[in-house]
Design a protein around this ligand. Structure first.
Ligand SMILES: O=C(O)C1=C[C@@H](OP(=O)(O)O)[C@@H](O)[C@H](O)C1
Ligand SMILES: C=C(OP(=O)(O)O)C(=O)O
Length: 433
């Protein structure tokens, strides 16, 4: 599909804006899966409404869960979910789009049903790593057809139950392989002892999120031994939850404060959270920003200069972080993000190509990026169907006149209102100034 390029708003004036962010993708899609497995009707209040959450709703409906939209207090309707009992007959095709949470979290659930479920997605999804999920299911005796190459499409042939037990996989390419198995494990006959055999697991905060959410629903999880997770069999308690806003998606807006030497406030910032986006409070000061959390409002004010950083394990925060590095006055290094090569696109290659196309100086390392200071100029910033590439282009465009993002609509993956929210942030500033 061709898109009209989006002229990124340029703001030579310091921003002074307050922004509210839609709900967390990672929490919404975890709670949706758990609702489909729970021991009664569940309600998600103020959930995310975006392509990834709609794909998850579509996947669970295809598997037999009943999901109703009901009016709630958030901007998106609440979701009321009637679970699908293990053993339910099924014959379905699931469109995973480009959503890692759908393509990794739903196949283990399909294994508990009786019948074939085929998983496929966007062309770009067919190169995202899937082999460890297939290996885990096969290791537990589940038949998976068409997955010899380790990619979608493939078909899970559930027999109505999974006995569970011990299984070992290499989850080095994505934490989602671990999360996927843990989310469903309490519904296996014997529960699950999952072992990671490779080097380190990336995005460990997302695994902690999975463990904490499971525990909050009464599931017993032992993660006290590194690389091992033991989930006891048992019920997943029905729940009624209010979703937190997406702190990762808060990132581009907070970065805007630094890019314009202005101030951005985000109300309803959770005091305690399992989201990786909590790390913005540690990351942004390293770039020279002042960050405070008072009365639930996170306030970020950019310093006179953006300083270079040396940071490890930024996970899905990396593209926004890299955009700030491209605007920094001293060199930066981002480490521990080799697995970004298997995200929506090869993010390391994409960031290097697009930062350098604007005159920047970025190079790939084995496990990340080195970004050196260089004067940037306007031009086309390509998003590669990756929402976080699109928002990275928007951040740079605030500070560099003439940047255009080729496909801003790709932000609909997790934040369909992004272009309107971004314009409104800049307009608030114009009104204030
Ligand atoms: O479990 C999750 O909700 C996610 C886990 C992470 O995946 P990786 O471990 O593949 O980075 C993260 O990057 C992704 O955006 C969401
Ligand atoms: C890696 C990401 O998404 P996914 O859930 O598709 O893996 C992301 O949102 O940065």
């Amino acid at each position: 599909m061709t898109h009209a390029p989006w002229p990124a708003p340029y703001s030579p004036q310091p921003l002074d804006a307050t922004v509210t962010i839609p709900a967390s993708k990672s929490l919404t899609n975890r709670y949706l899966v758990l609702a489909a497995l729970a021991d009664g009707e569940c309600r998600l209040r103020a959930p995310l409404q975006s392509r990834d959450s709609e794909l998850m709703v579509g996947a669970l409906r295809a598997l037999g869960a009943v999901i109703r939209e009901v009016p709630g207090s958030g901007s998106a309707p609440d979701l009321v979910v009637t679970p699908v009992p293990a053993g339910t007959p099924v014959d379905a095709v699931v469109d995973c789009g480009l959503a890692g949470t759908v393509m990794r979290f739903v196949p283990p659930l399909a294994a508990l049903l009786r019948g074939p479920v085929t998983f496929d997605g966007d062309t770009a999804a067919r190169v995202r790593p899937m082999a460890p999920i297939v290996a885990a299911l096969q290791g537990l005796g589940v038949r998976v057809a068409g997955a010899e190459d380790g990619f979608m499409p493939f078909t899970v042939h559930g027999t109505g139950s999974v006995e569970g037990g011990h299984v070992a996989i290499d989850a080095g390419a994505s934490s989602q392989f671990v999360s996927a198995m843990l989310l469903v494990a309490a519904r296996f006959g014997q529960g699950l002892h999952l072992e990671h055999t490779g080097e380190s697991v990336p995005s460990v905060d997302h695994i902690s999120m999975t463990v904490e959410v499971l525990r909050s629903l009464g599931v017993e999880v032992d993660d006290s031994t590194p690389r091992h997770w033991i989930v006891q069999p048992g019920p997943i308690a029905a729940f009624d939850v209010e979703l937190e806003q997406d702190l990762s998606n808060a990132g581009p807006f907070l970065a805007a404060a630094l890019a314009t030497r202005g101030t951005v406030r985000i109300p309803n910032w959770p005091a305690e959270t399992t989201q990786v986006g909590a790390k913005w409070r540690e990351i942004l000061p390293q770039f020279g920003a002042t960050v405070t959390l008072a009365d639930g409002v996170l306030t970020v004010t950019g310093g006179p200069d953006i300083l270079g950083v040396d940071i490890a394990d930024t996970s899905e925060l990396a593209p926004s972080t890299a955009a700030l590095c491209a605007l920094a006055s001293t060199p930066s290094r981002l480490r521990g993000i080799a697995h970004l090569r298997g995200h929506e696109t090869d993010r390391l290659a994409a960031l290097v190509a697009e930062i350098n196309a604007l005159g920047g100086n970025a190079v790939e390392t084995e496990d990340g990026l080195i970004i050196n200071p260089a004067p940037l100029h306007g031009g086309l910033f390509r998003s590669y169907e990756d929402h976080r590439m699109a928002t990275a282009g928007a951040i740079i465009g605030l500070a560099v006149p003439g940047v255009e993002v080729d496909d801003i609509a790709t932000t609909s993956k997790t934040m369909p209102a992004f272009p309107r929210m971004w314009a409104s942030m800049v307009a608030q500033t114009a009104a204030a100034g």
